[in-house]
Design a protein around this ligand. Structure first.
Ligand SMILES: Nc1ncnc2c1ncn2[C@@H]1O[C@H](COP(=O)(O)OP(=O)(O)OP(=O)(O)O)[C@@H](O)[C@H]1O
Ligand SMILES: [Mg+2]
Length: 213
């Protein structure tokens, strides 16, 4: 089983948005996917309830309550939506099994400062240092040609971890959420700019670069 985690200590940066979209991507590829929600707000599980049975199936686990105990053994990809404010030993415990960790950051000075602390902490983890988990960052809710994005872009570009993409702020994310879909499952005429921005993320996820050797 492959473990893909979406994480950042900061609230509201797009963890659930990324986790649901990543789960939809793997389900579209035919994998048996479980979406594990560690956040008692249940936003990922709420999204799953909105998902039509006509779409590739994703199972949900209320990991904030039961951990990962009730996960079916034939699961191929486990996508984990981590809660905000994870830190210290709790963070250590949470990443115990993660092999691939995606970190969304939104363009705001407060979020960037918080992300800088988080990046320092996560890069220090034994699992990451031993190359048992691979990290990547994604800019989220981006508005092109703004100073806030310019400064985030510069900051993420200087990190030692891959900076995969900048996802625009788009109502397509709200639309997709309301339908239990990923933006890659929305019609192309509507979501093609988002499809383009997701390409480097799915390419990385599907490559060996996101999986420890
Ligand atoms: N690229 C985007 N374009 C437009 N809206 C977005 C985008 N990404 C996220 N959002 C919206 O921003 C809000 C916060 O996103 P999300 O819930 O994914 O963040 P989160 O990190 O999971 O938050 P929390 O810490 O509360 O769990 C949501 O309303 C979501 O729909
Ligand atoms: Mg969330």
């Amino acid at each position: 089983m492959r473990y893909v985690m979406v994480m950042n200590a900061k609230g509201g940066c797009g963890k659930t948005t990324l986790a649901t979209n990543v789960a939809a991507h793997f389900a579209q590829q035919g994998y048996k996917v479980v979406l594990a929600d560690y956040d008692p707000q249940r936003s990922s599980l709420d999204w799953l309830e909105l998902r039509s049975t006509d779409l590739p199936k994703i199972s949900g686990v209320a990991a904030y309550d039961d951990g990962l105990r009730n996960v079916s053994r034939d699961t191929e990809v486990m996508v984990i939506d981590a809660p905000a404010r994870t830190h210290g030993s709790e963070m250590n415990e949470l990443v115990r099994r993660a092999e691939t960790i995606l970190i969304p950051v939104v363009p705001s000075p407060i979020d960037m400062k918080a992300a800088a602390h988080f990046m320092e902490e996560i890069q220090e983890l034994g699992r990451v240092q031993r190359d048992q988990a691979r990290l990547a960052v994604v800019a989220n809710r981006v508005r092109e040609n703004t100073l806030a994005f310019e400064s985030l872009d510069k900051y993420l570009g200087k990190l030692k971890v891959p900076y995969l993409s900048a996802l625009r702020q788009s109502t397509n994310y709200l639309r997709a959420y309301q339908r239990g879909m990923g933006v890659l499952e929305l019609p192309e005429y509507l979501a093609w700019p988002d499809w383009q921005q997701w390409e480097p993320i799915t390419k990385w996820l599907d490559s060996k670069k996101s999986q420890p050797s």
